[in-house]
Design a protein around this ligand. Structure first.
Ligand code: SAH
Ligand code: DHB
Ligand code: MG
Length: 232
């Protein structure tokens, strides 16, 4: 570890990450009007600008499409940006439930998903996710095709543990912010979120029939990563 912290990349390198993200979102993974409007409305309402990038949103969309997902669960709605990408991937009359702690954020998200024309496919449940889970209608085995975990990082393992028996064979669990500037490698860390993301990996490694990996990412949101788990 260097003194500045291993995660602080050179400014020039970081601006390059941004430029590449800009190119990717100007070509293959572009926001359309509704996605751009969702980002603008969230910023105008003062929400933190921590939604997935267009490239990451498109990845979620492609993953969901690839498995023909009809039922999805999202932890952490924010302004509904990732929700829109996922909802647009839903097959047939599919539905996504998304869990958000903040009523203010949920209100912004509701307007955004409605504007995007996917409102009827999106159910937003307001409150801490752990409190919403017992009330979900579909809580039996194989209820979900895809679960996206992107809320409070300390609870990622708890969300994953809840999701594992509820994702159908061939379904996916995706978790955001698992690398967080590289601290995932820090076995001595007492940071709650770091400990939690390391625990997530140990849990997935030990889960029978589950195959997972983590891909480190760079881009407009810095150095981070996604974990992908295929449930057997
Ligand atoms: N998935 C969004 C970004 C989510 S940011 C996107 O990419 O567009 C993380 C969100 O989790 C924030 O909106 C935050 O309010 C929410 N959150 C934090 N703690 C939570 C909890 N305990 N339960 C549900 N949501 C929570
Ligand atoms: C934060 C949360 C996220 O989901 C993210 O992608 C980036 C940052 C945050 O809480 O700071
Ligand atoms: Mg995130």
């Amino acid at each position: 570890m260097t003194q500045r912290g291993a995660w602080e990349a050179d400014e020039l390198v970081e601006s390059r990450w941004r430029e590449v993200d800009a190119f990717v979102s100007a070509t293959v993974a572009s926001d359309d009007e509704a996605l751009a409007a969702a980002v603008a409305a969230a910023a105008a309402a003062g929400l933190p600008e921590i939604q997935v990038t267009p490239a990451q949103g498109k990845l979620l969309h492609l993953l969901a499409r690839s498995i023909g997902a009809r039922t999805m669960l999202e932890f952490g709605t924010l302004g509904g940006y990732s929700t829109i990408w996922l909802a647009r991937a839903l097959a047939g009359d599919g539905r996504i439930v998304t869990l958000e702690a903040s009523p203010e954020y949920a209100e912004v998200a509701r307007a955004n998903v409605d504007r995007a024309g996917v409102g009827e496919r999106v159910e937003i449940r307001v409150g801490p996710a752990l409190e919403s889970l017992p009330g979900l209608g579909q809580d039996g085995p194989a209820s979900y095709d895809l679960v996206f975990i992107d809320a409070d990082k300390a609870n990622t393992p708890a969300y994953c543990e809840w999701a594992l028996p509820r994702v159908r064979p061939g379904g996916l669990i995706v978790a955001d912010n698992v690398v967080r500037g590289g601290v995932l490698a820090d076995a001595e860390s007492d940071d709650e979120a770091t400990v939690a993301q390391r625990r997530l990996h140990e849990m997935l490694a030990a889960a029978p029939g589950v195959e997972a990996t983590t891909i480190q990412t760079v881009g407009a949101k810095g150095y981070d990563g996604f974990t992908l788990a295929l449930v057997g």
